[in-house]
Design a protein around this ligand. Structure first.
Ligand SMILES: [Zn+2]
Ligand SMILES: [Zn+2]
Length: 1276
């Protein structure tokens, strides 16, 4: 024998080291085995035809697990070409993946059926490869019982590491292992058969006494899957009699027999010894149970001719014989799909199928895609086979699975459902480098819910889609496990809270719990997959970006600009007005406007850019407006960061159009729409919110238990004896259990004393200002420099002194209210502070509201003077003597804000604290107060309901304040020269209106300013117009809180019907007192005469007269080809109590003249040729309106105006025409002559008011008389 080469020497040394380290000699002392190394080498030589495989190296199990992090394979005996061919075939089967990379490793180890854990052997039905360094699960396609506990060389295998690396991967054994020691002589392998005794047993004629040690032989017709119930793993096998179709179930439940599951093959014959008979408690059904000593032996008797099967059993057993290919299956199914629609219950077919896994759809849910066509669902087979081996590229054989076509309408695949009677067999391993994702063994919510609700396939697939989406959207916020896990009784996880009610609604009377034994053993096949009712998903919870997209899409669906305009008004609009009216509109969708219904889910956050509330998920953010049904503002600081579910909400899509329609006639031509944009947000009530996952459990718990109980506690105690001085509190608080509840949110560095204690202080907000850029400087660390800082400030009143809390969760605040009443009053000024919020503390903006009681919590701090130390005088020191200036306190980033309650909800005993706030009630005015002449303030706050929202051109003299930063960040949706007029009323049926102008720059982040919404406006600037009208403008320090949401709206309504109640009926004589506050009223009057009438066509661009299809402007020439007709008239009316001028425009002129639509159109056509026609009654007023005496149209009109047909009673809706007449200035009474019969007399008259016509109606006789009657009766 030649001396080994150096390389061989080294290799041998490595082999020796490996054997010493990884392969201990067997413990049994009597064994006369050759020393392992020699045996291993001998075996290796044999395997690789004589030579030692010097190119390969040994690997131990633990090295494999720790060093190999990508899938790999090793083939000891293969040539390079063989491997290449093998890999190519694998890659051909699935194009998307590459074959497993080859490594050159030698794997030697024992095959075993359990893993060692804490010196205890755990048997779970899996097979393992082990050496002395570790144990790893393995999958084999072929297995013999006598291989257990023997040492093997594995010539061909793949290692598949687990993707998330928390546990180990597994081995796929591609070729039969080669025994290193000659196989042991196993006495059991001698065939022992008892065909004679087996048969009578199988016919079940023997009385069922507790017999044991029976032996049964038969053909394996069915092999149940491994089940794990009540900490026990077991499976059933079914042996069929050779001579009849009778089949008996055998329950295999001893741990050391679970490995049988790997060797049993359908159609083979077996003998099982040591059985005893038993019957199921529930049904009394007889089964065989294996005993400890039971053995499974191959049946090797002389050939016995099998009898033809009983016809009764044929239905079931024939299925296993026919295998369908994917093509056959889909061919037959696709035909079926067209004719059947999901209306009635369908029966599923049972088939067998062989296919290749092409994709793992969802391993936790047990869904795999086969052949890119059908979905395999293993969920009904509890353990999902741990999904080992089911990687893309693997070939599986399914025996007796149910075919379900389109069980869920939105699910695109045919589903093959494996029930407890189905057998899933791996036919070949994947050759591809695809990872292994193991299903969670504990807390698999998919399977838990499936079993808890006994779901059918349609609902299960819907559940999977909901849960997948839920996980995808929110696991980046809370972590997958925290979302999904949670024990049912005590703390259901977020996903469960979300899904439970939905499932309860879908599966109302939960069908009786699944009886798996009858599913497995029943004579008749009975399982949840047999019948199914195809399901249309009742609701979905799409990502926020998908929701936005849907809403946007819906808002443009069937959109046409003419919807936004009333055709009567549009006809008379010039280009500018027309396009401005189209520029801004909105539509509202409720949850139910989507099909299927959409559930809103999101994490509540505060936008760092706009400091407004928003919902967030992985895909996107969505601004939101939350309010309370009782009209209080939303202040739930504890909800920040929580996962919310809302089923009742409104999605608002604000639509912004840039158009250049020449006139209303072009509205149908969408080419004139230049830019279409939208902005989407949602609004809902707090009462409709369900918290699926609370952000900070502790604070929230404290809040819940805190405020109500501490309020009650004080109710019976007298005020004085309850008083505690702060020093006493400190002592008390220092002694509780030290070091408990260390909170993660503590970030040291707040104060040197640190620890877990915190300092808190209660305050009430007396004034809040809007967000604006202020000239404050952030600390140097923020690199703030001289730049203006986004900030807001609030004036607050401290209630009591700071308190020390032992930890974050503790709260004890409201009792302080009484203390303040004692020491507070003498130095009110020291109690007041100006809080300045900037940087991170801007997050509290949406939560802080007027009249709210809040407290600051300074974490990790025990310095009770922390607030005073940080206070700065808000004005330079020289002015400090003015004690009215409050101290300014910058709110630190780490502080927490907590809303406690509202002033209005304080109890009797706490009224003492309210006395502090006397005089503060005046801060909010009412709309009539602000409108009244005697009002003096310039900054006003009031609440009101928006009645109308219109876009108008900004008044030129009121340039919006510079908020350049905001504009640049976000694409501008409204032109900067626009502003919005909000007409606000005290209530929707009130006729007292206040107009508020908001420049478009401020509108970027003002959500919820919609007609119907009730809003608290704060710090608006009150102004008086040239015509002495009072209005308000939104300025930099203004802010709004939405108090209640609009009730509900028809989609596509840009301006909802304004009249909640009919206009009030008045007399002209009674008009004077109402002058300021009457937007719309009605009179019954007599048209006395038409004073002035003008009909004209004007250019849509420049307003010049438009004549015969051309604009008459010449220098410079106007390019317009569009004329707009306009009409106006001034008439005199009287109602017996007084007279008034009425100004009519456009279509109202026709009504006033009593012309029908046709007559009116014809008249306007005549005017078109002339450009304009106008007539004046009586004395010429010189308005520049030239009247041509011989014009036919003018003649006609003149005679019409003088005809008695026009001078008739009418019902007139009007508003006060405020523009031209200075109605607020008391005009002197006028003297006028009257003639009654022959008598002439002079009377003093008020000046005639000037009215604007809103509607004209002809008076029917009965109306006339009924109004007369009511008039006379009201006088009596
Ligand atoms: Zn079934
Ligand atoms: Zn023109």
């Amino acid at each position: 024998m030649a001396e080994p080469s150096a390389a061989e020497q080294r290799w041998l040394q490595a082999a020796r080291d490996f054997v010493r380290r990884a392969l201990p000699a067997l413990e049994e002392p009597g064994e006369s085995e050759p020393p392992p190394l020699d045996a291993v080498l001998q075996c290796l030589r044999k395997a690789s035809s004589g030579d030692l495989p010097l190119g390969y190296s040994f690997i131990s199990i633990s090295d494999l697990q720790h060093q190999q992090c990508t899938p790999c394979c090793s083939h000891l005996t293969w040539s390079t070409n063989e491997f290449k061919e093998w890999a190519r075939q694998g890659e051909d089967s699935l194009r998307m993946h590459t074959a497993l990379p080859r490594t050159y490793l030698i794997l030697v180890g024992y095959l075993t059926e359990g893993r060692q854990e804490n010196k205890e052997k755990l048997v779970d039905g899996c097979l393992y490869v082990k050496d002395s360094t570790g144990t790893i699960p393995c999958e084999l396609l072929h297995f013999e019982l006598e291989w257990l506990e023997s040492l093997f060389l594995f010539p061909s295998w793949s290692y598949i590491p687990q993707t998330d690396r928390t546990t180990t991967g597994y081995l796929e054994i591609l070729m039969d292992p080669v025994p290193i020691n000659p196989p042991k002589e196993v006495p059991h392998s001698i065939p022992v058969t008892y065909p004679a005794s087996a048969e009578p047993l199988l016919t079940s004629r023997i009385p069922c006494k507790r017999k044991s040690n029976l032996t049964v032989a038969g053909e394996l017709t069915r092999l149940g899957s491994l089940l794990h119930i009540h900490h026990k793993t077991f499976f059933f096998l079914f042996l069929e009699c050779f001579t009849s179709a009778i089949c008996v179930p055998v329950l295999v439940q001893n741990p050391n027999q679970l490995a049988w599951h790997h060797i049993l093959q359908l159609g083979h014959r077996y003998t099982v010894t040591g059985l005893s008979m038993s019957s199921l408690k529930k049904t009394g059904q007889r089964i065989f149970i294996t005993g400890v000593s039971s053995c499974l032996l191959p049946y090797c008797a002389e050939k016995v001719r099998k009898q033809p099967l009983d016809s009764a059993w044929q239905g079931e057993s024939t299925h296993s014989s026919s295998l369908e290919s994917a093509e056959q299956l889909s061919d037959s199914l696709e035909l079926g799909i067209e004719e059947e629609m999901p209306t009635s219950t369908k029966k599923s077919q049972i088939i067998s199928y062989v296919g290749t896994v092409t994709k793992i759809l969802n391993v936790q849910a047990g869904l795999f895609l086969l052949d890119d066509k059908v979905c395999l669902c293993l969920a009904y087979q509890q353990l999902l086979n741990s999904a080992r081996g089911l990687r893309p590229g693997a070939c599986v054989e399914l025996i007796g699975v149910h075919v379900l076509q389109k069980p869920l309408v939105s699910f695109s695949y045919i589903v093959l459902g494996a029930c407890l009677r189905s057998t899933i067999k791996l036919k070949s391993f994947s050759r591809l480098s695809t990872p292994y994702q193991p299903p969670a063994s504990l807390g698999n919510l998919y399977l838990q819910l499936l079993f808890r609700y006994n779901l059918g396939m349609p609902v299960y697939l819907w559940l999977v889609s909901l849960l997948e989406m839920f996980e995808e959207r929110f696991s980046c916020f809370f972590g997958r496990l925290r979302l999904l896990l949670g024990s049912r009784q005590t703390h259901p996880g977020a996903a469960e809270k979300f899904l439970d009610p939905l499932l309860q609604a879908v599966v109302p009377e939960r069908e009786q719990a699944r009886d798996i034994y009858s599913e497995i053993l029943g004579k008749v096949h009975q399982c949840p997959l047999q019948e199914y009712l195809p399901l249309n998903p009742p609701c979905q919870a799409p990502s926020l970006s998908a929701l936005c997209h849907l809403a946007e899409q819906k808002s443009w669906e069937g959109f046409s600009p003419s919807q936004l305009l009333s055709p009567l008004e549009a006809q008379h609009m010039g280009t500018q007005e027309l396009n401005r009216t189209l520029a801004w509109s909105y539509c509202t969708f409720s949850a139910g406007s989507f099909q299927p219904r959409l559930i809103l889910l999101g994490v509540l956050k505060v936008s760092s850019r706009s400091s407004s509330l928003q919902l967030q998920d992985k895909s996107s953010t969505l601004a939101c407006v939350i309010s309370h049904k009782d009209g209080s503002p939303f202040a739930h600081t504890d909800l920040k960061g929580s996962l919310l579910q809302v089923e009742n909400y409104q999605v608002i899509v604000e639509r912004f159009l840039q158009t250049d329609f020449p006139s209303w006639e072009h509205l149908a031509n969408l080419e004139y729409v230049r830019v279409k944009r939208t902005s989407v947000y949602v609004q809902f009530y707090f009462e409709d919110v369900q918290v699926l996952h609370a952000a900070e459990g502790k604070i929230q718990k404290a809040l819940r238990s805190g405020n109500s109980s501490s309020l009650r506690k004080k109710d019976d105690g007298s005020l004085t004896c309850e008083l505690e001085i702060p020093e006493a509190k400190v002592l008390k608080l220092k002694d509780p259990k030290p070091g408990t509840h260390r909170d993660e949110t503590c970030q040291g560095g707040q104060s040197s004393t640190g620890g877990t204690s915190c300092v808190s202080r209660l305050f009430v907000v007396t004034q809040k200002e809007g967000l604006m850029l202020r000239n404050y400087q952030l600390p140097a660390a923020d690199g703030g420099g001289q730049k203006l800082q986004h900030s807001f400030q609030a004036t607050v009143l401290w209630l009591g002194r700071p308190h020390l809390l032992s930890h974050l969760g503790e709260t004890e605040h409201l009792p302080e209210l009484e203390e303040t009443s004692c020491d507070g009053e003498e130095d009110m000024t020291r109690q007041e502070a100006l809080l300045l919020f900037m940087g991170k503390s801007l997050q509290w903006f949406p939560f802080l509201h007027l009249d709210g009681l809040y407290c600051f919590i300074v974490p990790c701090c025990s310095d009770l003077e922390v607030f005073d130390k940080l206070c700065l005088p808000s004005v330079p020191p020289k002015f400090l003597s003015r004690s009215s200036c409050p101290m300014c306190l910058r709110v630190q980033d780490t502080w927490l804000l907590k809303h406690e309650t509202w002033i209005s909800s304080l109890t009797e005993h706490q009224l003492a604290a309210r006395s502090l706030l006397t005089g503060m009630d005046q801060r909010i005015s009412s709309i009539p107060e602000v409108l009244s002449n005697s009002f003096t303030g310039s900054l006003v706050s009031f609440t009101g309901e928006i009645v109308e929202r219109t876009l108008c051109a900004s008044p030129k003299n009121e340039k919006p304040c510079v908020t350049v930063g905001l504009q640049k960040q976000k694409g501008r949706l409204l032109a900067s020269d626009r502003s919005v007029k909000l007409s606000v009323a005290v209530a929707s049926d009130s006729h007292v209106l206040m107009d508020i102008y908001v420049a478009s720059t401020y509108l970027q982040h003002l959500w919820g300013l919609l007609p119907g919404a009730k809003i608290l406006f704060q710090n608006l600037e009150r102004k008086i117009s040239r015509f002495h009208n009072v209005y308000c403008t939104y300025i930099a320090s203004s802010c709004v809180s939405i108090l209640s949401l609009p009730a509900s709206y028809l989609p596509f309504s840009s301006r909802p019907a304004r009249e909640a109640s009919p206009p009030s009926f008045v007399y002209l004589s009674s008009l004077q007192p109402h002058l300021q506050s009457l937007p719309r009223a009605q009179i019954l009057c007599h048209l006395t005469c038409v004073l002035f009438l003008s009909l004209q066509w004007v250019c849509s661009l420049c307003n010049s007269i438009f004549k015969e299809g051309r604009c008459t402007r010449h220098s410079p020439a106007c390019p317009s080809h569009t004329g707009v007709r306009q009409a106006s008239a001034r008439v005199l009316v009287e109602d017996g109590t007084g007279e008034a001028f009425v100004l009519c425009r456009n279509q109202h002129v026709a009504a006033m003249l009593g012309l029908s639509l046709l007559e009116w159109e014809a008249l306007l056509k005549c005017v078109q040729r002339r450009g304009s026609v106008c007539i004046q009654h009586g004395e010429a007023t010189g308005t520049g309106c030239a009247e041509e005496p011989d014009d036919l149209v003018a003649c006609y009109l003149r005679s019409l105006c003088r005809s008695p047909l026009i001078c008739r009673p009418i019902l007139l809706d009007f508003s006060l025409d405020r523009k031209p007449s200075r109605i607020l200035q008391p005009a002197p009474l006028q003297l006028r002559n009257f003639r009654c019969s022959e008598v002439e007399f002079v009377s003093q008259m008020r000046p005639r008011p000037s009215l604007l016509c809103l509607n004209v109606e002809e008076v029917k006789h009965n109306v006339w008389s009924s109004k007369r009657i009511s008039r006379t009766s009201s006088r009596c």
